[in-house]
Design a protein around this ligand. Structure first.
Ligand SMILES: Nc1ncnc2c1ncn2[C@@H]1O[C@H](COP(=O)(O)OP(=O)(O)OP(=O)(O)O)[C@@H](O)[C@H]1O
Ligand SMILES: [Mg+2]
Length: 285
C-alpha cells in the first residue's frame, strides 16, 4: 500500500529499487532524483487515445511546466499524476507511472492517500462555500492529521502568503475573497494535508497580472520544499517559473505525445526539435 511504503521508505532507495529501466537512462534528462517517473505512458478516454507513449521524470523540489497547444493532453497527463482521471468514465491508461518508485496504478495503491500526497490546484479557484478557516481545516480533519488545528490553519495560510490578508477574518466565507486570494486559499488548502507534490492546472489563467505574479513568487518559494508541476498556456510564465519544461503536441490522430523535455532555458533558447521551435516562436498553437 502506498501509505505504508511511502511513509516509511527512504526516497532514493525506492527510486533505485523500482522499475526495470536502468537508472542512468531514467535520469538522463534531469539533474536530481525523480519524484514521479512516467514511462511509455498512454491514456485513453474510451476508444480515444489522448496520450501516447509519454516518458518523462518530474524532479524533486523543482518546478516542471507542461506546455503545448490546446487538446494535446497536458491536463490529462497532470491528472494522471494523482489518479484524478479515475473519476472519468471510460478512462484507462497503459505504461508505467511511479511515485517515489511505487507504481501509482497498482491495484493495491490507496488512491485517497495518493491524492493527499500529490495535491491539485485547479484553473478556477474553487474554495468550499465555507469559512476560510474551515476551507483549510477540512482536509487535515478528514485525513486524521494530528496537531493543534489553529496552528495547522495558520501555518498553511502563511505558507500560501495569505495569512496577513485573512488573519482577522478567518470566520468569513472563502468565497468572499478576491480571485487571487481564493487561489492562494486553494493552495493553502492543498498544503494543509502535508503533500509532497502539488499539481497546478493553469492556476493563474483566471487572475490579473499582479495576482499572477504573486502566485508565481509563491510557487518559487514553495519549490524549496515541494515538487511542483504546472500546466500553463503562458510561455512567459513557464520561462519565468519553471526549472524544467515539457512540450507536448497532438499528432494527426489527435493523440498527445511528448516532443521535448529539458531544462527550461535550453528548451526556450535552443530547442532541439523543429516543432518546439515553431511553437515557442508562435508559428502555431
Ligand atoms: N473527460 C474526458 N472525456 C473524454 N475526452 C476527454 C476528457 N478530457 C479530455 N478529453 C480529450 O482528451 C484530449 C486531451 O485533453 P486535455 O484536457 O488533456 O488537453 P489540454 O492539453 O489540457 O488542453 P487545454 O490546453 O485546452 O486545457 C482532448 O482531445 C480532449 O477532448
Ligand atoms: Mg487543460
Amino acid at each position: 500500500m502506498v501509505a505504508d511504503s511511502i511513509a516509511t521508505t527512504e526516497r532514493e532507495r525506492r527510486l533505485t529499487s523500482a522499475p526495470d529501466i536502468p537508472i542512468h537512462e531514467r535520469m538522463a534528462s534531469i539533474a536530481g532524483p525523480a519524484v514521479l517517473d512516467v514511462q511509455n505512458f498512454s491514456a485513453y478516454y474510451g476508444q480515444f487515445r489522448a496520450l501516447d507513449g509519454v516518458s518523462l521524470q518530474i524532479p524533486d523540489r523543482q518546478i516542471t511546466a507542461l506546455i503545448g497547444p490546446s487538446g494535446c493532453g497536458k491536463s490529462t497527463l497532470l491528472r494522471c499524476m494523482n489518479r484524478m482521471n479515475d473519476l472519468v468514465d471510460g478512462f484507462h491508461c497503459e505504461g508505467r507511472l511511479t511515485y517515489h518508485g511505487q507504481d501509482l496504478y497498482d491495484k493495491k495503491v490507496d488512491v485517497v492517500e495518493v491524492r493527499r500526497r500529490v495535491g491539485m490546484v485547479f484553473q478556477k479557484p474553487n474554495p468550499f462555500p465555507k469559512s476560510i478557516y474551515e476551507n483549510i481545516a477540512f482536509g487535515p480533519k478528514v485525513n486524521g492529521i494530528k496537531g493543534n488545528m489553529d496552528e495547522i490553519v495558520e501555518h498553511a495560510l502563511r505558507q500560501a502568503a495569505l495569512w496577513d490578508d485573512v488573519k482577522d477574518k478567518l470566520k468569513q466565507s472563502g468565497l468572499a475573497l478576491s480571485g487571487g486570494q481564493q487561489q492562494r486559499l486553494c493552495i493553502a488548502r492543498a498544503l494543509a494535508v502535508q503533500p509532497d507534490v502539488i499539481l497546478m492546472d493553469e492556476p493563474c489563467s483566471a487572475l490579473d497580472p499582479i495576482a499572477t505574479l504573486k502566485i508565481e513568487d509563491l510557487m518559487k518559494d514553495l519549490a524549496k520544499v515541494y515538487t511542483i508541476v504546472i500546466v500553463t498556456h503562458n510561455m512567459q510564465q513557464a520561462a519565468r517559473v519553471a526549472d524544467y519544461t515539457a512540450f507536448l503536441m497532438m499528432r494527426e490522430d489527435r493523440a498527445g505525445e511528448l516532443v521535448e523535455f529539458r531544462d527550461t532555458d535550453s528548451l526556450f533558447t535552443a530547442p532541439k526539435d523543429k516543432r518546439t521551435e515553431d511553437y515557442i516562436t508562435g508559428r502555431f498553437g
